[in-house]
Design a protein around this ligand. Structure first.
Ligand code: ADP
Ligand code: MG
Length: 263
């Protein structure tokens, strides 16, 4: 029996990799083999698998990012902490390690409009995706509308499963719109389903003492808070709106420029 030619072995190897759907390794095969004769078989194998693992990890991460529906690309590193002294940078960096997700803890960002609540919630969402978690972003209003529709169409159980599944659920903008009794009940069910096994990052413009007003029902409000506060970190943010500040700065710069021109 004669040994197969190197060409034939190469073709078989290429075909094996393709059959096993190790596409990145298949594509890299020729290049890796050309990298030099001093490479041992173990080196070549390690290099190929490393290429494949990197490609698979990246593909899965980007797929999680697509499914998460985060509305912007904000990262915690983009947040200007010096402009918002009421946010503890060390705490945010600690939260970004995602230990709170491993403990199914919750985070509540509470503060007036424009202070960066959504930006930080999105930043934590991206950090969770990078750490390998499944994430889903929704506004409170969209969540309630989705649950309402699901109930009408007989998909309630499916929708509850969907909202319970990701390791991190971001619920943005609670309290901007008052919730109907049905809406409050739906939100409560979502929070209750996730209680103890999945994290929630929630943003709201209403202080905890005003939650009765959002839900128009202090009993539901209290029950929801009780679940949310379990292993939770509350991040109150105050100060003026970042957007307003940027706007004021812009106006100030314009005024200066005009004054310089007319001087
Ligand atoms: P909120 O959700 O509290 O209403 P946002 O997170 O939507 O506020 O912030 C309003 C805008 O200002 C966004 O474009 C956000 O990226 C920006 N912003 C707010 N705070 C900061 C900050 N500290 N550093 C950088 N950008 C900020
Ligand atoms: Mg917001």
């Amino acid at each position: 029996m004669t040994a197969p030619s190197p060409n034939r072995t190469y073709q078989q190897l290429r075909a094996h990799l393709a059959t096993l759907k190790l596409d990145a390794a298949a594509e890299a095969l020729a290049g890796v083999l050309d990298e030099g004769d001093d490479k041992s078989h173990v080196d070549v194998l390690e290099r190929l698998l490393d290429i494949q693992v990197t490609a698979t990890t990246t593909r899965k991460r980007e797929s999680r990012r697509r499914l998460a529906g985060l509305p912007a690309d904000h990262r915690i590193d983009d947040f200007d902490f010096s402009a918002q002294p009421s946010v503890d940078e060390a705490l945010m960096r600690d939260l970004a390690t995602m230990r709170f997700v491993d403990k199914a803890g919750n985070i509540l960002f509470i503060g007036p409009p424009g202070v960066g609540k959504t930006m930080l919630a999105i930043g934590l969402g991206h950090a969770a995706i990078d750490a390998g978690h499944r994430v889903y972003y929704t506004t409170a209003a969209d969540l309630v509308a989705r649950c309402h529709k699901a109930a009408l169409e007989g998909r309630w159980a499916n929708t509850m499963r969907f909202l319970a599944a990701p390791q991190l659920l971001v619920i943005d903008e609670l309290g901007y719109l008052p919730l109907t009794g049905e809406g409050a009940a739906a939100l409560f069910q979502v929070v209750n389903r996730r209680y103890g096994h999945g994290s929630i990052v929630l943003t709201t413009n209403r202080g905890i003492s005003q939650w009765g007003e959002i839900f128009d029902d202090t009993v539901v409000a209290a029950a929801m808070l009780d679940r949310l506060m379990h292993r939770s970190v509350i991040v109150p943010i105050d100060g003026e709106s970042y957007r307003m500040r940027a706007h004021q700065q812009h106006t100030e710069d314009l005024r200066k420029a005009l004054a310089d021109n007319t001087a």
